[in-house]
Design a protein around this ligand. Structure first.
Ligand code: ADP
Ligand code: MG
Ligand code: ZN
Length: 627
């Protein structure tokens, strides 16, 4: 048990070393195998008996030289010759090649002593028979030893293997978790209880046994659970749902039992079960048939939770990003009856998270973290932590002493779009074409009313994109109105139209833009009731996605005629947007060319650069100029 308190890293290296104790057994096993084979060969050389052909046997018989025979049940005869013969041997054996009717008669005529019997097993034969069994048992034993990973851990197979964190050892508190105020608020009660349980039990209040943290991956669920333990100053046992699941039936259940035993022994404490959905999926709904092992594990968990008295001061916290697949029994009162949602951070929370992680790196003094926070919508806490780390790597690669805004931006772009392919050699022609395309997207930002400001436009290829124009929302908004969407379609069409105007034809580089624009238009018509003739109605129920973020099929719940009208409406939106985009870009052709040429030159332009370029903002005065 003591080894469980150590971090698990201590376990692995000694598994890799040549452990003599463990391998002694293997050696012994191999040796005994060799000895057995040698024995086998020696014994099978049974020298005392001479095997003779049946015909020779018959002639001995006719001459009356046979004294006695023993007829075995495997058509073998063993016999002795009478002393009068001239041969060198007296004991022989022979095989009866066919069923011989006359044999008995002849034997009796000659007065031979006859006995019968079962085939006698030689030592060699015994070994041969036992060998597979020995191999099997030996192999099994060996495997078991391997699993247990050494003598002192014998029979630890059903142990929970929970990682234990002591509060002194690794103190994470709520201060380390940025934002998530609601979740913190809900969990404060748990902290209070763990600190002073009597305060609650005296008054007869019931404390939740289990708290389920629900949220997308990387939103800080694990961090939050650790912070609860840190705040309360109690031990924290961490185990992942998948750790329970093993290939042997019953192991999971016994691990659950062990985890809860540990909890009881170490109370007050927190048992944290990460990825609860790995064990807690609805029973009887397993993919690819039922899974007895998982069900047993889940049942055991339910039983343990029921048999648990909150007075003991053990709180079970679990985390999942799929609360919808959990077995309803888990969510009943007395089990995980409290759910705490851990959300993706909004812009203020993102700034706070970035600030927490930026403390660990030498940040340039006048870095505007807020700018990065604004530029990372949809990123989780884990993504942001990663972003800071990537930025530090970029800074180190550039031999910079501090991490500046350029490194942070670079890291953001890398996480969002893949690493910049700066080394790719692009011909001036291609570069110019890309510049016109991106300039088309960029310029539209300044000639439509309802859009987010442009952040930057670049023709440095990233991932599969040849270039891109990124806009940045001023403020976080969760819904968009029709004008915004229509303008978004125009911006998306900007690249295509620019190519059309400049070159008279378009390229395959517009595929993604066309897809995006069509997609927005389709959803405006079928989901958001934003078309002229088909208003308040939703078409094509989306089927419940099985995995988050993946659209599966759509039901077609409308007639052919409606389908035609939908298509018409979509075309109408797209056609009128295209027309307007053309108008905007042709009337501002000089600006388009300005931006494109500047892009070819500088490769990346931001909002400010473009505003100056197209005369929407004036260049700041450059001090005293004498010319
Ligand atoms: P989850 O368990 O929800 O998948 P984690 O708790 O493992 O996410 O988060 C991964 C990492 O992301 C954390 O170790 C931390 O560095 C960072 N992180 C996530 N959310 C936050 C937050 N709210 N404040 C600070 N750091 C966070
Ligand atoms: Mg986690
Ligand atoms: Zn484009």
């Amino acid at each position: 048990m003591s080894n469980q308190n150590k971090p698990p890293e201590n376990k692995d290296p000694d598994n890799m070393k040549f452990d003599f104790n463990k391998n002694k057994f293997a050696l012994f096993f191999l040796l005994s195998l060799i000895v057995m084979f040698v024995l086998l060969f020696m014994v099978s050389e049974n020298g005392s008996e001479v095997e003779i052909p049946y015909s020779v046997f018959l002639s001995y018989l006719e001459q009356g030289e046979i004294d006695a025979v023993k007829i075995l049940d495997n058509n073998e005869i063993r016999g002795t010759l009478s002393g009068s013969t001239s041969s060198e041997y007296t004991v022989f054996k022979t095989i009866i090649p066919y069923y011989d009717d006359n044999l008995m008669i002849q034997l009796r005529e000659k007065g031979v002593k006859i006995t019968g019997g079962a085939k006698a097993l030689s030592v060699g034969q015994i070994v041969l028979e036992l060998l597979p069994w020995l191999l099997f048992v030996g192999f099994f034993w060996f495997m078991l030893r391997q699993f247990q990973g050494g003598g002192n851990k014998a029979f630890s197979f059903g142990k929970s293997r929970a990682k234990k964190y002591h509060p002194e050892q690794e103190s994470i508190t709520f201060a380390d978790v940025a934002g998530q105020d609601e979740a913190k608020y809900e969990l404060t009660e748990v902290v209070e209880f763990l600190k002073t349980p009597t305060k609650f039990t005296n008054i007869g209040a019931k404390i939740p046994k289990g708290v389920l943290l629900v949220g997308m991956p990387g939103t800080g669920k694990t961090l939050m659970a650790k912070a609860v333990a840190g705040e309360a100053g109690v031990p924290f046992f961490h185990m992942s749902g998948s750790d329970f699941v093993e290939m042997f039936v019953g192991v999971g259940a016994s691990r659950v039992r062990d985890l809860f035993d540990q909890g009881r022994k170490n109370a007050p404490c927190i048992l944290f079960i990460d990825e609860l959905d790995a064990v807690g999926r609805t029973r009887g709904a397993g993919y690819g048939g039922g899974n007895d092992e998982r069900e047993q594990t889940l049942n055991q968990m339910l039983v343990e939770m029921d048999g648990f008295d909150t007075k003991t001061g053990v709180i079970i916290i679990a985390a999942t990003n799929r609360p919808d697949v959990l077995d309803p029994a888990l969510l009943r009162p007395g089990r995980f009856d409290r759910q705490v949602v851990v959300d993706l951070p909004d812009v203020r929370e993102r700034e706070a998270i970035l600030n927490i992680h930026a403390k660990k790196i030498p940040l340039d003094k006048n870095t505007n973290i807020n700018r990065i926070a604004k530029a990372t919508p949809g990123m989780s806490g884990a993504d942001l932590a990663n972003l800071i780390n990537e930025a530090a790597l970029f800074a180190a690669r550039a031999d910079s002493k501090t991490v500046g805004i350029e490194h942070l931006e670079e890291a953001r772009d890398k996480l969002l779009m893949g690493i910049a392919r700066k080394s790719k050699i692009i011909s001036l022609e291609d570069k110019t074409a890309t510049a016109y395309h991106e300039a088309g997207h960029a310029l539209l930002h300044y000639h439509v009313k309802n859009t987010d400001p442009l952040h930057k436009v670049t023709i440095i290829p990233r991932g599969r994109a040849l270039g891109m124009a990124i806009s940045l929302p001023d403020k976080e908004s969760y819904s968009k109105n029709k004008s915004w969407l229509l303008d978004r379609i125009k911006i998306t069409m900007g690249g295509y139209v620019a190519e059309e105007i400049i070159y008279g034809e378009t390229t395959t580089g517009t595929q993604n833009d066309i897809q995006q624009a069509t997609n927005i238009a389709r959803r405006m018509v079928t989901e958001w009731g934003m078309s002229d003739s088909l208003n308040f109605i939703s078409f094509g129920q989306e089927e419940e996605p099985i995995f988050i973020g993946k659209e599966i099929a759509r039901h077609k719940d409308y007639s052919e005629e409606t389908a035609m009208r939908i298509d018409e409406e979509i075309s109408k939106i797209l056609d009128s947007s295209l027309e307007e985009t053309r108008k905007i870009l042709t009337t501002n052709l000089d600006q388009l060319k300005l931006i494109a040429l500047e892009l070819v030159d500088k490769e990346t332009l931001d909002d400010h650069d473009i505003k100056i370029l197209i005369g929407m903002e004036h260049e700041p005065s450059v001090g005293d100029k004498t010319e």
